[in-house]
Ligand binder design. Structure first.
Ligand code: NAD
Length: 471
């Protein structure tokens, strides 16, 4: 059993002043893996102080120095690939497939920041003036559990590129993953205080980051509910906020789409990261004449979807992160049944032989209308709702009839038509005939999926303040 009893402040592993322990439970077996000693408000203030001091000199570093730091971080992570994959599988229950992709994503986030520094100009001329893009200050980074080290690296790499220092609060459920990345970060030899990491609870460590006046900006990924709480706290000293929140992404299959390609992609989009993905395509919009064909295809694919031990290379859907998340997904499946939706695949309960872990049956509902709770609320598990439409206009209307707007998907044999439809969807990203990630394109949500964007130039500028020098 492992005990993680250190946090990282001012270039050192230190014992937190907090005294509360949190148990780390295996999602696959529900056995105790270890425990983590949580930081408290004082620890958070110490971390913020270290970042504030470090900002004085780090904000003045050159592009070349920042590129070197980013390369050092990437190099120290690269050496420990297998450990990253193993710990994500063990602690989070991420599948081998997802953990492997996540590791590549981590490395690419440093490449993207390095590329940006190669092309971005921090000094611009606008009108008669010189405009300096100045680092914003100390950034508070608050992270969920569903891709912990991926989010830490994406945000930290951008902060470093911008010349900002950071205080990072991961989910307390990700403590072993955090410990590994901390060891890599420590080895990279950055100046003291550039990154500080405090394990702890949201309402203690996260809340202090949200309200502390020495934090200039918060970059948050997590639920819409918590994002709103952070934004309310942040307003007192007008902190800048980037909020990456929930989603209920529509996937429009236009009537000319090649279903043999579009439907396997739709299932992958719905069940990615075991359904615990903000960008999961959880509303499948199908032309009503195509419903029977789609039902047959989905039933075939879903019956072959391997649910089970996340270590198994063929597993597509692993356990939910916690028993609480398992219960949440069960509750939504029950709500769907109560609302009159019909189960095509899956349903309540655990798959046979997987009773010890937090496994759910990947579930597909038909006879869903877009007003049902299963079509409106984020479930964050492998649950897909199929909704029919009559015309292209109606498909667009249903897609946009949501409080969210993070991502959408459109499939069509006619790319121009797909683009025309995609251009009418109110979402930060629309994937046309693909499920992919472009690390240089902006990522973030319309409406209640968030505020601001990450990645690329727009993402970098969220860590910068323009200062115009008027002659
Ligand atoms: P969560 O919102 O419950 O927690 C996220 C983080 O916020 C955790 O570190 C938590 O400890 C912290 N937190 C909780 N209360 C806080 C408070 N009062 N003040 C400050 N911080 C607080 O989310 P979760 O359950 O960890 O993750 C799942 C959610 O994350 C889903 O809603 C999902 O859609 C969202 N998500 C969004 C994106 C995106 O990029 N848009 C990506 C992944 C996950």
């Amino acid at each position: 059993m492992k005990t993680i009893d250190k946090i990282y402040i001012n270039g050192e592993f230190v014992t937190p002043k907090g005294t509360e322990y949190f148990d780390l439970i295996s999602p696959t077996t529900n056995e105790k893996l270890g425990q983590v000693l949580l930081g408290n408000k004082e620890d958070t203030i110490d971390a913020i102080e270290a970042a504030k001091t470090a900002f004085k000199t780090f904000s003045l570093t050159t592009k070349a120095e920042r590129i070197q730091y980013l390369q050092n971080l990437q190099a120290s992570i690269k050496k420990r690939k297998q450990e990253f994959i193993d710990v994500m599988i063990e602690e989070y229950g991420g599948t081998f497939q997802f953990a492997t992709v996540s590791f590549d994503y981590i490395l690419k986030s440093f490449d993207s920041a390095i590329n940006l520094l190669g092309t971005y100009s921090f000094n611009k001329t606008m009108g008669q003036s010189e405009v300096q893009m100045a680092p914003i200050g100390v950034v508070g980074i608050i992270i969920p559990w569903n891709s912990s080290n991926g989010f830490i690296c994406g945000k930290l790499a951008t902060a470093i590129a911008a010349g900002c220092t950071t205080v990072i609060k991961p989910s307390e459920m990700s403590a072993q993953q955090t410990q590994l990345i901390l060891e890599c970060f420590h080895e990279a030899g950055l100046p003291k205080g550039v990154f500080n990491i405090v394990n702890g609870l949201g309402e203690i460590v996260g809340a202090e980051i949200s309200r502390n006046p020495d934090i200039s900006k918060i970059s948050f990924t997590g639920s819409t509910v918590v994002g709103k709480m952070i934004a309310k706290e942040a307003v007192d000293n007008l902190k800048r906020v980037t909020l990456e929140l929930g989603g209920k992404s529509p996937n429009i299959i236009l009537d000319d789409a090649d279903l043999s390609k579009a439907i396997p992609m739709a299932v992958a989009a719905a069940f990615m990261n075991s359904g615990q993905a903000c960008v999961a395509g959880t509303r499948l919009l199908v032309q009503e004449n195509k419903l029977d064909e789609v039902k047959t295809l989905i039933s075939n694919i879903a019956s072959k979807t391997i649910v089970g031990d996340p270590k198994n290379e063929n597993t597509a859907v692993g356990p939910m992160v916690s028993n609480k998340q398992f219960e949440r997904v069960q509750n939504y499946i029950q709500i769907g049944i109560n609302e009159g939706a019909e189960i095509l695949v899956g349903g309540l309960g655990k798959p046979t032989g997987l009773e010890n872990g937090n496994f759910v049956k990947p579930t597909v509902f038909v006879n869903v209308n877009n007003q049902m709770r299963i079509a409106r609320e984020e479930i964050f598990g492998p649950v897909l709702s199929i909704i029919t439409y009559k015309t292209e206009e109606e498909a667009i209307e249903i897609a946009n009839d949501t409080t969210y707007g993070l991502q959408a998907y459109v499939s069509s044999a006619d790319e121009e038509r797909a683009y025309r439809v995609a251009s009418q969807i109110n979402a930060g990203r629309v994937q046309v005939n693909t499920i992919g990630h472009d690390p240089m394109a902006p990522f973030g949500g319309f409406k209640q999926s968030g505020i601001g964007r990450e990645f690329g130039t727009i993402g970098l500028e969220a860590y910068l303040e323009p200062r115009a020098l008027i002659r």
